[in-house]
Design a protein around this ligand. Sequence first.
Ligand code: B12
Ligand code: SF4
Length: 510
Amino acid sequence: MQRKVLLINPPLYRHPIWDPIRLSQPLGLWSIGTHLLKHGHNVRLLCSEMQGVNNIQLYDTSGRQLDKGFKQFHAEKVADFKTLDAKQFQVKYDEYSNVFSRIGLDFGAIFDEVSSFGPDIIGISSCFTCNHQSVVDLARFLKNKFPETWVVVGGQHATAWPDALLSTASNSIDFIVHGEGEKVFSDLVNCYGDKAKVKLLAGVAWHESGITKINPRPPFFNLDDFFDLDPSLLEGQGYTNARHAYPTEGRKFTDMLFSVGCHRACCFCFSPIMRGKLRSLREDNIRSLLIKLKEYGYEELVLQDDDLLVGDNLNMLLRLFKDYGFRWQNNGGVELEGLDDDKIDSIIESRCRCIYVPFNPRNIKDRVPTLPEQKKLNLLRKMCDAGIYVISSGIYGIPDISHPDHFVDDMSRLSDIHIRLLKEGYCNASLVLPLSILPMTQWWNVLERDGQKDFVYDRQGWLDYSIFAPQIRPRSIGKDKFVEQLISIHQKIDAEQVSESWFSAFASNA
Ligand code: B12
Ligand code: SF4
């Protein structure tokens, strides 16, 4: 039976001091929406963050809106960042530790949309732990106004920590879909009206008498059987200006993944837990996706694949981009280890515009990555010289779990490496990412096991789960000291590069 399903990308709650506003196409909702359309359902998408992108307010955690507008706050913050020393900045902005910025449609506008469509089921995306509170607030609002409508939540955060969502949403969430959503959510929609039947499905979780019940996930599916995107779903949602990627000079663009999963299992990353080992789409399916996107006027793709360099995928993609005239950039990150002269030549020839090469630690014992060998660095410079915008990043504060006392020294050493990369022309920009512990990653599991013996973080400090905000620190180092150190690194890096609003919270032009 045909059902009405409204898929909502929730407003964004961000740390006002540390976070740039990063918004992009919700590929998960787009994919599950496409799958439902194919099964004959009536589906609408509401990207409330993007549609309300100019509606930014500051709130404190008790829900009170601050008198100061976001624009004024940001301008003052950037001016202080440039003139105060790190300690003065830390002291002055400490008073904002209970404040968040909310970007997106207000509840009145969301209410109007839901009322006019009258869905049977509302699906909310919960991809980021840092946006936990936004999902909870939205679910509560919707359940209160539309008690008969099922509220279902899915995404990476919902997958990692369903209990956190279900316990804090006070019965406003009917079901969580954890893991890949296309098939499970479609089965759930088909069970509409019969909750007992939903509770038999693999990959769903729910609250019952105050207890979270979780049915195990089904096995990973064959990507070609499910992944497809109907461009009509995203029309009119406002994704024309890049908010996280290198600006596209007016070309219509979208984020895209042609593969999921990763051959590595880095200790801080949730992707391999979410998606397992690398699975790639077949060439004929990529071709038909590109043709569809072309028909809808897309000209540039921002690749978010986690494992782009493995196998022959890159060459195949570059060939297809050429066939269909797509420009492209990479935002998912490529490993320096996997680059060589041949690959760099193909990348340059393909008119790639921007590439992200993070310098990551690999396992729990890794401390500061050393500067890569000169041969590899030259590859980066070759791309810069060819006009590709090269971005790197370092994760600051990697805990050598056995040596919490290394923390501050390691941050300084890492910062020196990135400043050298910038000064010597190996990259155009470097992003400062303080370590955060994402739910259910290897790091998280170690800290849960140790009971935060040497390192501390607030498990429910939702905003701090963003990669840009300081989250975890050694017990022996106070939060103030940690924040001060990080501000100082931002200031040093900012002196060597133009900090752009799409990657820095301290850019003048946000
Ligand atoms: C693309 C991407 C982004 C894009 C935006 C993505 C977006 N708007 O959805 C950008 C670059 C902006 C971004 C930013 C950030 N990201 Co990011 N990002 C990704 C990435 C690489 C791919 C996600 C994706 O599109 N996959 C393709 C789609 C088809 O799959 P999917 O999203 O998983 O959706 C499926 C299921 O989750 C589920 N599902 C999703 N939504 C829903 C909704 C319902 C109702 C249902 C039933 C099911 C469902 O079904 C879908 C189909 O199977 C993932 C890594 C990964 N491989 O998962 C990290 C990832 C999601 N990001 C992560 C993080 C931490 C961030 C940042 C906080 C930090 C940063 N890197 O800047 C910011 C926060 C941004 C924000 N706006 O708040 C983490 C999240 C972990 C966590 N628990 O928080 C991940 C998992 C990477 C990691 N480090 O482990 N990100
Ligand atoms: S950080 Fe990158 S390389 Fe490591 S597991 Fe995650 S996606 Fe793979």
